[in-house]
Ligand binder design. Sequence first.
Ligand code: PMV
Length: 289
Amino acid sequence: MSGTGIGWGKLILCGEHAVVYGHPAIAFAVDLSTRVTLTRRPGPTAVAGCPSDARLTAALHEVLEPTGWGVRLDSTLPIGKGMGSSAALAVALVRARAELEGRSLDADQTYAQAMPCERVFHGNPSGLDVAVSARGGCIRFTRGTPPTLQPLTPGRWRVVVLDTGAAGDTAELVAGVAARRPGVEPVLQAIGALVERCCGHLDDARALGPLLTENHRLLGKLGVSTPELDDLVALALDAGALGAKLAGAGGGGVALALVDDTAGADAVLAAAERAGVPALACRPAGVPS
Ligand code: PMV
């Protein structure tokens, strides 16, 4: 007997880091995910499908007893790249256990049960990644117990994800921003205000793009961008993207470029290929295309 659960990956359109301090953020699920398959087995809980480390073991133990489980992980998500791999794992894990035990979980229950696991990875997560991973689609999120969620309908734009090739440590980056408070408070406020403006332009990529580029500039002021991320943003804008920014905690990971159609995506993908940058095009998952 086995139980299987899936968690979506995500991209943050606008508002990362400020969301930790109660400002709103917009994020959407992408068509990349983590699948967990659980079986019962005698002896210590054993993991297959990815290298096990102390943090993964501690995270698994938030949901599973230290003995008696076989855990198989299959993921199409890059790890540590700002695409929500740890939240997808947490969501997939609680869903797999529920399926194995014949329980059904709604999105709120999934969120509540997955958050302790996400805390092991991130220390002080806003909950944004887990909320998007559990629900899919595109949401406006404000931290809270429970968080405030508003489903959003994005326009027909798409994004190109450009990979620095380096991983960022979300817990470290979030702690770094915390250490720079209260000096960075005005920057966090400005990011929150930008998110409100993005909500009004979600169906208009030409208006949305410059707001995302401004978000990147503010994330630079927060100290979470890197020269490599700045270069990817410049590459995307030079190739005709309507806007571009780092996505996720920063310190490495990915940048996203906003384009309004396939031709726009192809132009950014071609520029990325010429520069030897791994890239992929995607749309918000779970919304009409
Ligand atoms: O890098 P990711 O995918 O783990 O995203 C982190 C987003 C932050 O806003 C920086 C942290 C959070 O908990 O919301």
